[in-house]
Design a protein around this ligand. Structure first.
Ligand SMILES: C[S@@+](CC[C@H](N)C(=O)[O-])C[C@H]1O[C@@H](n2cnc3c(N)ncnc32)[C@H](O)[C@@H]1O
Length: 208
């Protein structure tokens, strides 16, 4: 199953299940990142159904996602079907780039980071939030054992067992943010942990 296919298949159930699996905290975790971004023009990269729209306040938002089935449910005025690895915008278009729960699904983190750096104006900021594993190895092992059972079961209740097995596997895809962004064209200026056992990470990056 490809990344894009996962979200095309679960678009109608995505928001409800996301809320349940995050124990209602998904928006609070997004907000921790949005609060650290400047005002002005904002690109929501991997915007999905537009869950973050209510917390963007009076920013001018462009919602981008490769899955039209997700984007059709998004009420942002400007919506673009495209992937993070090839952004269809001119250099220095945005004051901020926001991306929530997307990085595990990218085909290429370096290509997407390079594109984010290109479309950010000088002095702009990128804010990213995603799920991973707790930083401590023992907690990470416990967490892995838990999601191996809980996520396929939760998926089965909404007829999406394969998709939520994919989610379980994707949690191991990336290392810590400091390692993930080391040597990229964006400089990590802040990173922090959230959620039970700290399995959610936030990061703020700026052009070098
Ligand atoms: C877990 S959803 C998150 C949606 C939204 N950001 C939110 O906070 O609810 C992941 C989204 O990333 C999108 N996605 C997958 N591959 C992508 C890529 N290469 N570039 C940009 N978005 C991608 C999916 O289509 C999906 O809408």
């Amino acid at each position: 199953m490809t990344n894009a296919a996962v979200f095309s298949d679960i678009a109608d159930r995505y928001d409800r299940l996301n809320r349940i699996l995050s124990l209602g905290r998904d928006q609070a975790w997004r907000r921790m990142v949005v609060d650290r971004l400047p005002p002005g023009r904002l690109l929501d990269l991997g915007a999905g159904t537009g869950a973050a729209n209510p917390i963007f306040e009076d920013r001018s938002v462009v919602a981008l996602d490769p899955a039209p089935e997700m984007l059709v449910r998004n009420d942002a005025p400007l919506r673009v079907v495209a992937a993070g690895e090839a952004l269809p915008f001119r250099n220095e278009t945005f004051d901020a780039v926001f991306s929530a729960y997307v990085f595990r699904n990218l085909d290429s983190v370096p290509d997407t980071v390079a594109e984010i750096a290109r479309v950010l104006r000088p002095g702009g900021r990128a804010g990213i939030v995603d799920l991973g594993r707790p930083a401590r190895p023992l907690l990470a092992r416990l967490h892995r054992a838990g999601t191996a059972v809980v996520l396929p079961l939760a998926g089965a209740t909404v007829g999406a067992r394969d998709e939520y097995t994919y989610l379980h596997r994707s949690l191991d895809k990336h290392p810590e943010p400091a390692e993930l962004f080391a040597g990229t064209v964006l400089r990590l200026v802040d990173t922090w942990r959230m959620g039970p056992m700290g399995f959610v990470w936030g990061a703020v990056l700026e052009p070098r």
